[in-house]
Ligand binder design. Structure first.
Ligand SMILES: O=C(O)CCC(=O)c1ccccc1C(=O)O
Ligand SMILES: [Mg+2]
Length: 347
């Protein structure tokens, strides 16, 4: 099939005529397998502790034998559907599905939209390396461990780091931050991710501290990510006027509908985009091309399958040379499978 021509549409009649390659007459066989991956160090954020990444691998095969791989990797505490909802959706589908089935997946199943649409558009694709030359941010765990962790990642070639805050007491985190900023080399960039865990006052203190330390150290504080909870966009719009340090939205723009809403409410700062849970890739592409937003693409701890689809989008849509947030493999206990077949065969 001609994957590039696949453009999901709202209207059914348009869908069918624009999607000849996998229309009602041309169906694909659908199978899926759930997976689990254990974190070596549980991911601790303001939302709590996360021990095991669970998701679903999708496999489509068309009548010519072409295979399309997809992945559903929900994060319900971040605003996507739950794994159970995704599994229920997969279980109720027939074994033969069409593009119509896929473009009709409702917006309350955004991780499913991503998984199925990327499986469909990737059918027959053998490329599993696109995006390898994007610069990548390495994720640092909350707390003091970051002071050692960055050095290991630096040796592996990382130059941008993201550190989780809003987990411990603010005084303790500010002290570690001071230490971290003074240890990082001049060419390093640091992102802070509060996961919506700060009060307005605490966010002001962090931003003030960032602005101040920028006059003292050479490393760059690139942005403060999601300082306030999702329902406090007005506060973040306000804060973004008063400090040199930039603010990025993340949880606030977990899904495409939220992204559109924040844009409409006037957000013109940085948007962290997690394609794996955002929804339809083609609709995201359309939005980014229309609005030229400053986007930072970010992982949802997906496998090679979701990662490839997300990095394809990042390679196409990243601007301003922002490092992509996919340096997360060191959080897993076991090395990742590097191709879809070996991943599938081990499930
Ligand atoms: O964006 C990155 O650099 C790494 C990915 C990341 O931090 C993340 C991964 C899964 C769920 C939430 C988050 C987050 O940004 O809060
Ligand atoms: Mg974040």
């Amino acid at each position: 099939m001609d994957a590039d021509k696949f453009v999901p549409q709202h209207s059914r009649s348009v869908q069918v005529s624009q999607c000849k390659s996998l229309s009602t007459q041309h169906s694909a066989l659908f199978t899926f397998r759930p997976y689990q991956r254990k974190f070596a160090r549980p991911l601790t954020t303001h939302h709590g502790v996360w021990d095991i990444r669970e998701g679903i691998i999708l496999r489509l095969v068309d009548e010519t034998g072409k295979v399309g791989w997809g992945e559903i990797a929900p994060i319900s505490w971040f605003g996507s559907e739950t794994l159970e909802q995704a599994l229920d959706f997969c279980r109720q589908l027939p074994t033969e599905i069409t593009s119509e089935t896929i473009v009709s997946i409702p917006d309350d199943l955004p991780a499913c939209q991503f998984g199925f649409e990327s499986a469909l558009t990737g059918m027959g694709s053998r490329q599993w390396e696109v995006g390898e030359n994007l610069s990548c941010s390495g994720l640092l765990a909350a707390g003091e461990v970051a002071l050692q962790q960055w050095q290991q990642l630096w040796e592996e070639g990382y130059r941008t780091f993201k550190w989780k805050i809003g987990v411990d007491a603010i005084a303790k985190e500010l002290a570690i931050f001071d230490n971290l900023c003074r240890s990082l080399p001049a060419s390093a960039k640091l992102r802070l991710d509060a996961n919506g865990g700060l009060s307005y006052e605490a966010a002001k203190l962090w931003l003030e501290t960032c602005d101040k330390i920028q006059g003292e150290v050479a490393a760059e504080i690139e942005f403060l990510e999601q300082p306030l909870p999702v329902n406090e966009l007005a506060g973040m719009l306000e804060l973004s006027k008063f400090y040199r340090t930039a603010i990025a939205l993340d949880e606030s723009v977990a899904t495409l509908q939220q992204l559109i809403s924040c844009y409409q409410q006037g957000w013109r700062g940085i948007f962290v985009l997690k394609p794996g849970i955002l929804g339809s890739p083609s609709k995201l592409r359309q939005f980014c091309q229309q609005h030229e937003i400053d986007a930072v693409f970010s992982s949802v701890f997906e496998t090679v399958i979701g990662r490839q689809a997300a990095l394809n989008l990042a390679a196409e849509l990243s601007r301003k040379n922002r490092a992509v947030g996919f340096g997360v493999d060191h959080f897993f206990a076991q090395a990742a499978a590097t191709n879809p077949e070996s991943l599938w065969n081990n499930l």
